[in-house]
Design a protein around this ligand. Structure first.
Ligand SMILES: *Cc1c(COP(=O)(O)O)cnc(C)c1O
Length: 348
């Protein structure tokens, strides 16, 4: 039977006998070999399908631990700021744990699927004027003044749980890959992967650290520019963040692994989404597709080494943001319900 990450990797996580074994069977996501995307590079490429987590994004890996530890400490409820996926995940685990959840969202900038999830799971959702960075300040204040637990990635248990994805990749490949490309928003996840890979190497479970390549959207690229961005803008709303909380950790991760930060445009992200879907049968949300965009860009520059082995971390499910493909694909043709009309369209 499938278990969640507290059971699967409990020995590597900061839990005690008093930590509730909370689980929605998060983790154990597929590592799918990509055979067509970038095949001309001669690299061995995999996608880590984090959209296969219970609420459709990697956020579940850290949230299960954050909520379990909050329960252990006797919390009344949880609060978070979110570009969408954190709120969906927090709301789901709070529901499963029987505690209250409040989410602060930047108004008009949360993909429909994510908002719908937070509401369905019974969270109190507050849309605020301002971007994610502003929402996070208010979430910190709410935690301090209302005595609830903040479950943004400043909560250390979030990043602990998120290390589990790096462990799964090493377990599946029998070692760490040569490189790993991952989208960077608040910069927690890239830091968590780095810590996860470091732990496996230090304990002899793997032999190397992968080069970590952190990808941002051109309009929200503080890590690439080396300074906060006041008005981040991108259609990849999950990484629409101008002042990443884990910037220092992420910078260290990239330096330690001889990696890099890079930016891709929204157009490159949408092109990559279409290619992933049409060439590989994988539908990931725009922020996740930034990894494929970065890969294709590096491949175009001849920078993907032949025979090297790498992973694209596809952080969230395409269904989260069902409107994204409408930006570049035509609507279906509508015809009267007659075979003649249908045949005419199908034989074009
Ligand atoms: C949260 C999120 C990110 C960014 O992760 P950070 O840890 O904030 O850098 C990327 N993609 C998706 C789909 C996300 O939900």
């Amino acid at each position: 039977m499938l278990t969640g990450i507290i059971q699967k990797y409990g020995e590597f996580l900061p839990i005690s006998s008093g930590t509730p074994r909370l689980s929605l069977c998060e983790g154990s996501t597929p590592l799918v070999r990509l055979r067509r995307l970038g095949e001309e590079t001669g690299a061995e490429i995999y996608a880590k399908i984090e959209g296969a987590n219970p609420t459709g994004s990697f956020k579940d890996r850290g949230m299960v631990l954050a909520v379990a530890k909050a329960l252990e400490e006797g919390t009344k409820g949880v609060v978070c700021a979110s570009t969408g996926n954190t709120s969906a995940s927090a709301a789901a685990y709070a529901a499963a744990a029987g505690i209250r959840c409040a989410v602060l969202l930047p108004k008009g900038k949360v993909a429909l699927g994510k908002l719908s999830q937070a509401l369905a799971f019974g969270a109190k959702a507050v849309c605020i004027e301002g971007n994610f960075d502003a929402a996070l300040q208010f979430a910190r204040q709410a935690a301090a003044e209302l005595g609830v637990t903040l479950v943004n990635s400043v909560n250390p248990y979030r990043l602990w749980g998120q290390r589990s994805s790096a462990w799964e990749i090493c377990d599946d490949l029998s070692d760490a890959p040569d490189w790993l490309i991952i989208p960077v928003g608040n910069a927690g996840n890239i830091s968590a992967y780095c810590a996860g890979f470091e732990f496996y190497k230090e304990t002899g479970r793997s032999t190397r650290l992968p080069r970590l390549i952190g990808v941002q959207a051109e309009g929200a690229a503080p890590m690439v520019r080396g300074a906060p961005v006041s008005f981040p803008e991108t259609l990849a709303t999950a990484i629409r963040i101008g002042n990443p909380v884990s910037a220092d950790k992420a910078r260290r991760a990239v330096e330690l692994t001889n990696g890099q930060f890079m930016a891709v445009t929204d157009q490159e992200i949408l092109d990559a989404q279409r290619k992933l879907a049409c060439l590989e049968g994988i539908f990931a949300e725009p922020a996740s597709c930034a990894t494929a965009a970065a890969f294709l860009k590096l491949a175009g520059l001849g920078k993907m080494q032949k025979g090297s082995r790498g992973v694209l971390v596809l952080t969230g499910n395409g269904l989260k943001d069902p409107e994204a493909p409408m930006h570049y694909l035509p609507e279906p043709v509508c015809v009267p319900g007659s075979w003649d009309a249908i045949r005419e369209v199908l034989s074009r």
